[in-house]
Design a binder for this molecule. Structure first.
Ligand code: PLP
Length: 387
């Protein structure tokens, strides 16, 4: 029956392996997690104050489905001031984090049997979004020797008549890689030549190290890009569920149809706090402080890894992850993660949680306080030395 057809489709969605590992670790004592994918900072005070004020000022009602105009304007203004990209606010809608933005892109752009090119490894939600949209995921391998950049020639080989979209996510989760400008341009050219949309998921855009620059895909392929972005990582606001999408107007109109009935919109007082986040200096000072703290921890992780036997790491310039190569241990990624949890009480995420091509890697997150991070790395070093 129809009912079972729908249930079957939803049953294809896999439970995240990351969550399974966390659940096991939560039942153990004295475990340090380097598995967490969210900032360990509190939301900047000025943003919290703005939300409290907004509640007192009566921002407690429904908002337009696309979001509060002042907030959409502030987002457009942010792209102009930060990247020199002019976007009319009609191309912006407020979403429940980047998660909803990616979901809307899959649902509105893909039909049964369409193909979407998803890098491997990649963040966990894209493949599951494709299943819900009944689209076919075609995986594009990212290789350590190429700095985990997509290879434009390999991308071209994967394109068929059914290809509708390619997913790009830089700074990248899980590898921490940033996108080279040359590669960004090559992807943009391919998308334009073959009439393919680029879903560019950019929530880590402010976490860049050693003078790395962000390459917003909107700059390279403005008419083909659907941007997913979020306040979650930038302003340490994961629980607020505030994000947005920027897309060509026809797509925005289609997205709103779905968004209107499923979401309505993000709480109005939170959108008002989003205006403060974008326009007040205090929030940007806090972002800088977070970035400096991550930069210090990133150095600590990379220096420790150099001291450890059997493990090495590509030096990522973004996000808050290190994707370390564990092939010399002779263990598979999942086996390594289990071993490290039992032996050292440290949680890392097996690379295979992000795709088959993540085999031989683990993701280490440094969104963890410095003393805990160092203790975990010490434990990891000892465990590896005893291997
Ligand atoms: N995209 C990437 C690459 C992420 O790492 C995450 C969260 O970890 C998300 C999207 C979802 O973020 P949000 O909290 O904005 O929904």
């Amino acid at each position: 029956s129809r009912k079972y057809f729908i249930a079957g489709r939803i049953n294809l969605i896999q439970r995240s392996k990351i969550r399974e590992l966390f659940e096991r670790a939560s039942k153990m004592k004295n475990v340090i997690s380097l598995g967490i994918g969210e900032p360990d900072f509190d939301t900047p005070q000025n943003i919290k104050e703005a939300a409290k004020r907004a509640l007192d000022e009566g921002w407690t009602h429904y908002t337009p489905n696309a979001g509060i105009p002042e907030f959409r304007e502030a987002i457009a203004e942010y792209y102009k001031n930060t990247y020199g990209i002019e976007i009319p606010m009609e191309k912006v809608i407020v979403t429940v984090g980047a998660y909803e933005a990616t979901y809307l892109a899959f649902e509105t752009l893909l039909e049964d049997g369409d193909e979407v090119i998803i890098p491997d490894p990649a963040f966990v939600c894209y493949v599951e979004d494709a299943k819900v949209a009944e689209a076919k995921s075609i995986r594009l391998p990212l290789k350590e020797e190429n700095g985990f950049q997509p290879d434009p020639d390999e991308l071209l080989e994967l394109i068929t008549k059914r290809t509708r979209m390619i997913v790009v996510n830089y700074p990248n989760n899980p590898t921490g890689a940033t996108l080279d400008e040359e590669t960004a341009k090559a992807i943009a050219d391919i998308a334009q030549d073959y009439n393919i949309y680029i879903l560019s998921d950019e929530p880590y855009e402010h976490f860049l190290y050693e003078n790395a620059k962000h390459t917003p895909m909107l700059k390279y392929a403005p008419d083909n890009t659907v941007l997913a972005n979020s306040f979650s990582k930038t302003f340490a606001m994961t629980g607020w569920r505030l994000g947005f999408t920027i897309a060509p107007e026809q797509i925005i109109r289609d997205m709103i149809k779905l968004h209107a009935y499923v979401i309505g919109n993000v709480a109005s007082f939170i959108q008002i706090a989003g205006v403060a986040a974008l326009r007040e200096k205090e929030s940007w000072d806090a972002v800088k402080q977070m970035r400096d703290t991550y930069a210090e921890r990133r150095r600590i992780v990379l220096d420790y890894i150099k001291e450890m036997p059997y493990i090495s790491a590509f030096e990522p310039k973004g996000a808050f992850y290190v994707f370390a190569n564990i092939k010399e241990t002779g263990m598979k990624s999942e086996e390594f993660a289990e071993w490290l949890l039992e032996k050292a009480g440290v949680v890392v995420i097996p690379g295979t949680a992000f795709g088959k091509n993540g085999e031989g890697y683990i993701r280490i997150s440094y969104a963890t306080k410095k003393n805990k991070l160092i203790e975990a790395l010490e434990r990891m070093k000892t465990a590896l030395e005893e291997l």
